[in-house]
Ligand binder design. Structure first.
Ligand code: ATP
Ligand code: MG
Length: 262
């Protein structure tokens, strides 16, 4: 479904994608895990065609997005649903209008059909009857679910989730995890999830890719990742403060400075 080849993206001296090669299997849930600044969002932006790599290719549905013209890129992007970090709802529109928005933007579907579609999508995320509420009236977990209803309103083949459970309590996290898995299994939607929530990733992933400062340091099933011998992987999944991974890039930069000074 999606294949990334020799993907390179640099920002100044920072290598955010260091010649990445990976694939995202059709109808599976792949989780991209990694610490802050490891290049997760950068990878996601390149896969979704929001940003062009310096070099390398992203094949989506048989087409290299990095070489595509605007029109074909736009067409491929219509097959992608995106749940943005923080839900990105329009706070001046009610729930109905938030979910209907992509349909109004991209299609000429009749009003009564829009109504049916929105009702159906709300039902899927367990929020039937909330059409007239405003986003500010909902909890964080509910807002993510509305964001999810909007992400699937155009019946995408792939959904990209950027940190779908960040900032949520364990119960709301469980609800979102179950929704991701249900959508994947029932609608056969290929799912790509960016996360640093290890427990949640273990619950939903068919495959996990771990990034470390722009490199893929591990790739495999949940069991393979759990049994990895790589010290960096062990440290990351056990959340140990001491070890080869300085917790953020800033920490490492800071340490590098300290070390060169002394
Ligand atoms: N637009 C940009 N301009 C400059 N540097 C950037 C830009 N986007 C990302 N970076 C840098 O690239 C590296 C990877 O960033 P990225 O946002 O992909 O990390 P991340 O894994 O998503 O982190 P987080 O978990 O904090 O969201 C970081 O060092 C970041 O500072
Ligand atoms: Mg990010």
């Amino acid at each position: 479904m999606i294949r990334v080849e020799n993907l390179v993206k640099k920002y100044g001296n920072t290598v955010a994608s260091n010649s990445l090669n990976c694939r995202f299997e059709e109808e599976k849930v792949t989780v991209i895990l990694g610490g802050s600044g490891s290049g997760k969002s950068t990878l996601l932006r390149q896969i979704t065609g929001l940003e062009r790599p310096d070099s390398g290719s992203v094949y989506f549905d048989g087409m290299d997005l990095t070489a595509a013209n605007k029109k074909s890129l736009y067409e491929k992007r219509r097959k992608m649903g995106m749940l943005f970090q923080g839900s990105a709802l329009f706070n001046y529109l009610n729930i109905f209008e938030n979910i209907a928005f992509p349909l109004r933007e991209h299609t000429k579907i009749a009003e009564n059909v829009i109504k049916t579609i929105v009702t159906m999508k709300l039902e899927m995320v367990g929020l039937r009857g909330t059409e007239n509420l405003m986003p500010s009236q909902l909890s964080g977990g509910m807002m993510k679910r509305v964001g999810l209803a909007r992400a699937i309103v155009m019946d995408p083949k792939v959904i990209f989730y950027d940190e779908p459970t960040s900032g949520l309590d364990p119960i709301s996290t469980g609800v979102i995890d179950k929704l991701i898995k249900d959508l994947n299994l029932k609608l056969k939607i290929t799912s790509v999830v960016v996360s640093h929530d290890i427990e949640s990733s273990f619950r939903i992933a068919d495959k996990i890719i771990i990034l470390f400062y722009g490199d893929i340091i591990a790739e495999g099933t949940v069991d393979e990742i759990k049994n990895s011998d790589d010290l960096r992987v062990k440290q990351f999944i056990n959340g140990e403060p001491e070890g080869p991974i300085p917790f953020t890039r800033t920490d490492r930069d800071y340490l590098d400075e300290l070390l060169t000074e002394s």
